[in-house]
Design a protein around this ligand. Structure first.
Ligand code: IFM
Length: 458
């Protein structure tokens, strides 16, 4: 039973960010190097050659950012903690100055009446752990649980809603198999191995957090609907559902990797990897689940006009497919279809029975330009994003009416920020960041959200 997760008669609202995407200050106050510092420094790793060393400078400007959360009428701020700020070498010595930063951030949120919810891992693994094998090693899962407890010890009196991982699918498959995210390894079945250790790390951390009295431990996944474009693609869609969705929900709900998954990911049947007790530990370990949704996927078999998707190449055992991407699309090329959010929320409810938060949803938009407004002040008229958000909030409400226990909607993201391999070329923020001065300018979507949230909760 969760105690602190929102549970009101209407959706709760929040804004989300992640440490490496906004903080900057990557060499300050004893922070160790992370795999994203190393990866982003590789020529060609990010579209614009840039990294997170400055980002939005939220390490210093967090109070201004929290004021923006308040101005949006959002009751929740979802942020992530940078593991290399807390345990710079991944294991061993703890850096108090890193903890002090999050301490100040949490106090500043609470002082403004905003509930902080912390994610412990949003992809910035300490480089020292990667040097010892990263998520391909069981010891990283064990180190993660130790780090979780260090953070909880400092913040647990004020942070009550925790998430272990954010989108471990990306950490595993984009990081170790597709090689397009840090640490940039392209090693076939390694994605499944990393995925198991991420599941295990969640299970170990959740057990220890529960042991320390935490009641609201969750995990955040980018679950997605796979809608076969043709009847022939239906078996492939099921395989993709296995490696993208059931690989996480199966252990949580059933304590098992299902047979369909094991057929395409035989690595997960290896008892030296998946040891006795691992999956039993994960079963029932989450009190809530976060769903990050952006787009549905429409697999189709062997269409010569389309490339096999690089993400699909990351699963050696899955039938090669292409994805048909219909219009309209956001600026990052992802199809916009809000009905996919309703579908994935209902499916997650059916598969896990857990309370759900929409922990991320938002759009990269091409209309994010700063222009002079009618009153002479700078403004961003991002009508595309307003349409996207309105439709998706409606879909979350529809899922709730259909019986899914959806508690809240957290927009991705508060600020334009470092969008991983895309560098700063794709903007998801409801607040514009000036590339030179880092000045914050709320976009039209921010004002729309403020009004929507204000009227929804009054
Ligand atoms: O920016 C990312 C975030 O870090 C994780 N979820 C998807 C977002 C948009 O790509």
């Amino acid at each position: 039973m969760t105690q602190y997760l929102p549970d009101g008669p209407t959706l709760a609202f929040g804004a989300a960010t992640a440490a490496y995407q906004i903080e900057g200050a990557t060499t300050e106050d004893g922070r160790g190097a992370s795999i994203w510092d190393t990866f982003a420094a590789r020529p060609g790793a990010t579209r614009d050659g840039r990294d997170g060393s400055v980002a939005c400078d939220s390490y210093r400007r967090y109070e201004e950012d929290l004021d923006l959360v308040v101005g949006m009428n959002a009751g929740w701020y979802r942020f992530s903690i940078a593991w290399p700020r807390i345990v710079p070498a991944g294991t061993g010595a703890v850096e108090q100055r890193g903890l002090d930063y999050y301490d100040r951030l949490v106090d500043a949120a609470l002082a403004r009446g905003v509930q902080p919810t912390a994610t412990l891992y949003h992809w910035d693994l300490p480089q020292a752990l990667e040097d010892r094998g990263g998520w391909l090693e069981r010891s990283t899962a064990e180190a993660f649980a130790d780090y979780a407890m260090v953070v909880h010890e400092r913040l647990g009196d004020r942070v009550h809603v925790w998430a272990t991982h954010n989108e471990p699918w990306c950490a595993a498959y984009l990081g170790y198999a597709a090689g397009i995210h840090a640490p940039g390894r392209k090693e076939g079945g390694a994605g499944h191995r990393a995925a198991h250790h991420l599941n295990l790390g969640h299970g170990l951390a959740a057990a220890r957090l529960h042991g320390a009295g935490v009641t609201d431990v969750g995990i955040v996944h980018n679950l997605a609907p796979f809608w076969p474009e043709t009847p022939e693609a239906a078996p492939a869609a099921d395989e993709l559902d296995a490696v993208r969705n059931r690989i996480w929900t199966g252990p949580l709900a059933e304590g098992a990797y299902d047979e369909g998954l094991l057929r395409v990911a035989p690595e997960l049947a290896d008892s030296t990897l998946v040891r006795d007790g691992d999956l039993a530990l994960v079963r029932g370990s989450a009190d809530w689940i976060g769903v990050n949704y952006y787009t549905p996927f429409r697999p189709t078999l062997a269409d010569p006009s389309l490339d096999v998707h690089p993400e699909v190449e990351a699963y050696p055992g899955v039938t090669p497919v292409s994805f048909v991407v219909r219009e309209p699309r956001t600026d990052i090329g992802w199809e916009t279809d809000a009905s996919g959010l309703e579908a994935i929320l209902v499916q997650t409810h059916e598969r896990t029975g857990l309370p759900i938060m929409v922990t991320e949803n938002g759009a990269a938009c091409a209309d994010d330009e700063l222009v002079d407004g009618p009153d002479g002040r700078p403004m961003v008229a991002d009508q595309d994003r307003i349409d996207y958000l309105r439709d998706h909030i409606g879909a979350a409400e529809a899922a709730r009416k259909a019986g899914a226990d959806v508690r809240g909607y957290i927009v991705w993201t508060l600020l334009d920020n470092f969008e991983w391999a895309e560098g700063y070329t794709k903007t998801f923020g409801v607040v514009h960041i000036d590339a030179e001065t880092l000045a914050r300018t709320p976009k039209a979507s921010y004002h729309w959200l403020a009004e929507h949230i204000g009227s929804a909760s009054s």
